[in-house]
Ligand binder design. Structure first.
Ligand SMILES: Cc1cc2nc3c(=O)[nH]c(=O)nc-3n(C[C@H](O)[C@H](O)[C@H](O)COP(=O)(O)O)c2cc1C
Length: 310
């Protein structure tokens, strides 16, 4: 039995090394996030090609409702690293890309051509746009990989939306979604274990797996993963459990942790790391920030031209 102090689920049993049908499959199956970068800039021609690959991605209606803020500036990187929750690889990355939803460009196009426009008021548009942004970002990741670069997404931009808006002078209609750090890897990052096809893919209709299947699938993903018990961690876990589910649940959880002698991965995920009493906080504040930036897709919409009918 191996006791980890820090979470780790790296390392796959890859016995296929020689038998990938093509280099793209090999790249996709061996990819991993990179969090340590060489102090070496990305040549302009390489970066340009990678960006072109991203911009060539599928996008709903071929609208490309996104903008990418590209920064090679060390001071900006250091500032981003701090803002996004002290993640040092942001500061070390050669280039940081901030992916944003951008309805402003389309709004301006519509204005110029005297076309009707309600882009920021529609959930339908928002839903597709969010996907467009990520699909483009992921194509950039893959393209970067093929060029010998490494990358890691930074999701914690959500903790500093307002600062990002100011830093990058984002106008209304432009909203940050995710940051991507890019650079030459210090060493090839190890691919992480994933849930397998058999658990993720459902034939024809959704099949609810039984308890044993779920347990085993996660055991395979996190073999022997155990986080040491400390007083501090117990305290946090107790607080989170109590806040979310009450005292009785907190007692049950702590009892289970103590009986098994460690925190299991899911207890760590939602009890200690993405704390379940914190994560849902601020929902309305997030919507308020969206509204500040001109997005109103979560509000009831009364079109101007139809006001007289209501
Ligand atoms: C939307 C999104 C947000 C992420 N945010 C962060 C982050 O803030 N910091 C970080 O180090 N990694 C972040 N990651 C990387 C994940 O931790 C990583 O993809 C995951 O652990 C799986 O590892 P792999 O990419 O090596 O397969 C993020 C990934 C995604 C897709």
């Amino acid at each position: 039995m191996h006791m980890h102090d820090e979470p780790s689920h790296h390392g796959i049993d890859d016995d296929r090394a020689q038998s990938y049908p093509n280099p793209t499959m090999q790249l996709l199956l061996q990819r991993a996030s990179c969090r340590s970068f060489e102090d070496k800039p990305i040549p302009d021609d390489v970066m340009r090609l990678v960006l072109e690959a991203g911009i060539h991605a599928p996008t709903g209606g071929n609208l490309q409702p996104y903008s990418i803020i590209k920064s090679d500036n060390k001071q900006t990187a250091a500032k981003l690293a701090k803002l996004c929750g002290e993640q040092p690889w942001i500061a070390d990355a050669a280039t940081n890309l901030l992916f944003c939803i951008d309805w402003r460009r389309l709004e301006r196009w519509a204005e110029l051509e005297i076309a009707p426009f309600a882009g920021m008021a529609a959930f339908r548009n928002f839903w597709i746009t969010f996907q467009d942004v990520i699909i483009s970002a992921q194509n950039i990741c893959t393209a970067a990989d093929t060029m010998g670069l490494g990358s890691v997404y930074i999701g914690t931009v959500m903790e500093c939306f307002r600062e990002l808006v100011e830093m990058f002078k984002l106008p209304k209609g432009v909203f940050p979604v995710v940051l991507l750090c890019l650079g030459y890897p210090k060493q090839r990052p190890l691919p992480r274990r994933k849930l397998g096809v058999d658990i993720v893919v459902h034939d024809e209709t959704y099949h609810e797996p039984n308890d044993k299947t779920i347990r085993e699938a996660y055991q395979d993903k996190y073999p022997n993963w155990k986080l040491q018990i400390t007083e501090e961690r117990l305290e946090i876990m107790r607080r989170v459990c109590r806040n979310v589910h009450g005292d009785e649940f907190a007692d049950r959880c702590i009892e289970k942790v103590k009986a098994q002698g460690y925190f299991s991965p899911v207890q760590n995920y939602f009890g200690l790391h993405y704390q379940a009493d914190f994560m849902p906080q601020g929902n309305e504040e997030f919507l308020a920030m969206m509204e500040e930036r001109g997005f109103t897709w979560f509000k009831n919409y009364v079109p101007k031209g139809m006001e007289y009918q209501s």
